[in-house]
Every structure is written in structure tokens, then in C-alpha cells.
Design a protein around this ligand. Structure first.
Ligand code: UDP
Ligand code: MG
Length: 139
């Protein structure tokens, strides 16, 4: 499997609770190389665009509200099989279903406020990374 990249955000709940350091440590310890990193706050328009695939879902309004209420940590991560391995590391969308030791099991409060985002495909990883970072910000 070739080395590739995924995109993550540590969501506002994780930042508010002071979990940035612990989550980044876990990401590093799991073999991901951080190639881009910043603290940033999404506007309503940003969140609506980022989560456009969910715009018909009943939770969309709450999701946009949540994702814009404070800063997030955006990052691009590199590893062999990055997208799939990172989804495994974060665990199921609902922390109640997430495996022991996963980031969502450890740090998420609910299916809505679930601490961390992980891209679901190589294509979306590239789109989401480019949404937050210019080429000059990726190393
Ligand atoms: N979400 C929610 N309620 C749901 C499903 C999802 O509030 O019933 C939120 C949650 O923050 C989730 C995000 O919407 O992470 C995107 O949903 P998706 O199904 O893509 O989950 P993910 O890919 O983040 O695991
Ligand atoms: Mg998703």
C-alpha cells in the first residue's frame, strides 16, 4: 500500500476540553506524520460547504452550529494507507459504538459532538486538505 494522505479536524468540543495535545500525541504514536497543521475557526459558509454532502440530513443545522462555535485544529496526515488507518484510529461516528482505545471512545461525548473528523476517501482527503491549506502550508 502506497504512502498517502488524509485530512483531520479536532472539532470544537475537543479543543474546548483541552484535548489537542493528547489527540495529536495519539496520532503521532500511531505512525502518522503531520504535514500541515493549524488552529482555525470555520465560518457558517465554510461549514455548510465542508459538510454539503449532509445538507438534507436532520442534524445539518446542529452540525454547522457545532462546527463553527469555536476553533478547530485542522491537519493533513501522511502514512501508508492513511485514510483507512485513520478511520480505524478515530472509531465509529457514535462513540457508544467506537472500539476501545479509539479517539472517539476516549474523547467524544455523543454522535454529534464526536471530537474528531477523518476523511472517508483519498479523493475527499485531497478536497478537504485543499479547503483548509494552500500548497505552501503542506510539508
Ligand atoms: N452527525 C450527527 N448526527 C448523526 C450523524 C452524524 O450529528 O446522526 C455529525 C457528526 O459530527 C459526524 C458528522 O455529522 O461526525 C458527519 O457525519 P458522518 O456520517 O460523515 O460521520 P463521520 O464520517 O464523521 O464518522
Ligand atoms: Mg463522514
Amino acid at each position: 500500500m502506497a504512502t498517502n494522505r488524509t485530512f483531520t479536524m479536532l472539532k470544537p468540543d475537543a479543543v474546548e476540553k483541552g484535548h489537542i495535545g493528547a489527540i495529536l500525541e495519539k496520532i503521532n504514536a500511531s505512525g502518522f506524520r503531520i504535514v500541515a497543521l493549524k488552529l482555525t475557526q470555520m465560518t457558517k459558509a465554510d461549514a455548510e460547504t465542508f459538510y454539503a454532502v449532509h445538507n438534507e440530513r436532520p442534524f445539518f443545522g446542529e452540525l454547522v452550529e457545532y462546527m463553527t462555535r469555536g476553533p478547530v485544529v485542522a491537519a493533513v496526515l501522511e502514512k501508508e494507507n492513511a485514510v483507512e488507518d485513520f478511520r480505524t484510529l478515530i472509531g465509529a461516528t457514535n462513540p457508544a459504538d467506537a472500539a476501545d482505545g479509539t479517539i472517539r471512545k476516549l474523547y467524544a461525548a455523543s454522535i454529534g459532538e464526536n471530537a474528531v473528523h477523518g476523511s472517508d476517501s483519498d479523493e475527499n482527503a485531497a478536497i478537504e486538505g485543499a479547503f483548509h491549506f494552500s500548497g505552501r502550508e503542506m510539508f
